[in-house]
Design a protein around this ligand. Structure first.
Ligand SMILES: [Zn+2]
Length: 265
């Protein structure tokens, strides 16, 4: 069994459950970025949109690229676009390869729109996810209480993307059945608290992502991030959990398949 796991591990099946492949940072070499991801074993990427133009680009990237799937939605920091863009975003929800609604959520730190406005935008998109049986990739900044309260009103599979919260918030989210997705910031030297949280999440609630093009893990910190770099984050996650990377990779793959229903390679 160990030998088989090792072979599977080398071949890949390490999913990146949150990457902004439509970002302008990738305009010059997007195909090469995806090819490098594949060579590094990152054979499933959830490309996550942030506004209407981003949704359209993301859906077309997913249509053209084997290992890429799409999440469409309006990011909370873009909530002021809602009136102009909601219908257009709703129209791409049923495009092929759309496996999630995202990036949606609440941002009370950087978000320009009011709390009330963000709550309305978030709720409507959660309703879209519930109607379609799609999971949600959720952004949270400074909104722990509102986030849990609102999510509690919907029956959806929830992924808390780039989890950076406290242990008590993690425990509340886990009690609800949510998945926690960790990103490259768990590799940063001062992220001890976050690593402690990442060490405690049960196997079946754990996801891994890059949040490319931002949050490059050590040793690429500060540079453009890309899905291929996820291996470095996997190594850190394995080490804090005292897990064998290849085995952890298998667990992450099973979890992502279960959440996103995107099948196996
Ligand atoms: Zn994101």
């Amino acid at each position: 069994v160990a030998l088989r796991r090792r072979t599977i591990g080398r071949r890949g099946l390490l999913p990146d459950t949150h990457a902004h492949l439509d970002a302008a940072e990738f305009d010059g070499d997007r195909d090469a970025v995806v090819a490098r991801a594949r060579a590094a074993g990152v054979t499933r990427i959830l490309a996550v949109a942030t506004n209407l133009a981003s949704c359209r680009t993301t859906v077309s990237i997913a249509a053209e690229t084997d290992s890429v799937f799409a999440a469409v939605g309006l990011h909370p920091t873009e909530a002021s676009r809602w009136e102009d863009e909601a219908d257009g975003i709703c129209a791409v929800l049923d495009a092929p390869n759309v496996v999630a609604i995202g990036e949606i959520g609440l941002d009370f730190v950087r978000g320009a729109a009011s709390r009330e406005k963000q709550l309305t935008v978030f709720r409507t998109q959660l309703g879209w996810a519930e109607e379609r049986g799609l999971p949600v990739s959720v952004h949270n900044r400074g909104a722990d209480d509102d986030l849990l309260r609102v999510l509690g009103d919907y029956s959806v599979r929830v992924v808390l993307h780039c989890f950076s919260g406290s242990l008590s918030f993690a425990e509340a989210a886990l009690a609800r059945g949510y998945a926690l997705s960790f990103a490259g910031n768990i590799t940063f030297p001062r992220a001890d608290v976050l690593r402690e949280v990442a060490a405690r999440v049960p196997d079946d609630r754990l996801l891994l992502e890059t949040d490319s093009p931002v949050l490059a893990p050590q040793p690429w910190r500060g540079r453009r991030n890309e899905p291929a770099y996820e291996r470095a984050t996997l190594e850190t996650l394995a080490s804090v959990r005292s897990a064998v990377p290849d085995v952890l990779q298998g667990i992450l793959t099973e979890n992502a398949d279960r959440v996103f229903h995107w099948g196996t390679a």
